[in-house]
Design a protein around this ligand. Structure first.
Ligand SMILES: NC(=O)N[C@@H](O)C(=O)O
Ligand code: NI
Length: 164
């Protein structure tokens, strides 16, 4: 049995998260331009929605997440081999932790999302199911609908997220 180990929680950034997918935030836009006669700004093409394998289609859902209590034990990760999965908090105060790993049995990495930051897990990236903090809340989720097995789960030892 592997010893329980503490996960350091890093600050989420596009650079640090690049191996796992995209950070969804206005400042990450490669193209920003006014639309609708200048009444709105478009922060264009923020994440790669990759859901077309095996006839998949994009889904837009809302996850109403209960808060996880810290310390929290990470014992498993999952991946979606057929599609990406994006989470955007629907209230700026909604904090959450993202736990990912580069490959099977790699040491997980944990990131705390800043206010309003969303994430898009690239297709096949190992991640922990949604870990909302504080009071929990609603996330807009964009992922894949369609046939085929799109969720692999894997035991990952025992890793602890401590109180912050
Ligand atoms: N089960 C489900 O739709 N959600 C997970 O994939 C998750 O990453 O939270
Ligand atoms: Ni998932």
């Amino acid at each position: 049995m592997s010893a329980a180990r503490k996960l350091a929680v890093e600050t989420l950034s596009a650079e640090a998260f690049a191996a796992f997918g995209d950070v969804i935030a206005p400042e990450q836009a490669r193209q920003t331009y006014p639309i609708n006669q200048g009444t709105s700004m478009r922060y264009h093409d923020l994440a790669k929605v990759d859901v077309g394998d095996q006839g998949g289609r994009p889904l837009i859902s809302i996850f109403r997440a209960e808060p996880r209590q810290l310390p929290f034990e990470v014992r498993m990760l999952e991946r979606h081999p057929l599609g990406s999965q994006a989470f955007v908090p629907l209230s700026p105060a909604l904090r959450y932790i993202v736990v990912v790993a580069e490959h099977a049995d790699a040491t997980p990495r944990a990131f705390l999302a800043a206010q309003g930051q969303g994430v898009n897990f690239a297709k096949g990236v190992w991640h922990h199911p949604l870990l909302a903090l504080d009071q929990g809340g609603d996330f807009l989720v964009v992922d894949r609908g369609g046939s085929g097995e799109n969720c692999d789960e894997r035991a990952w030892g025992s890793w602890w997220l401590e109180r912050m």
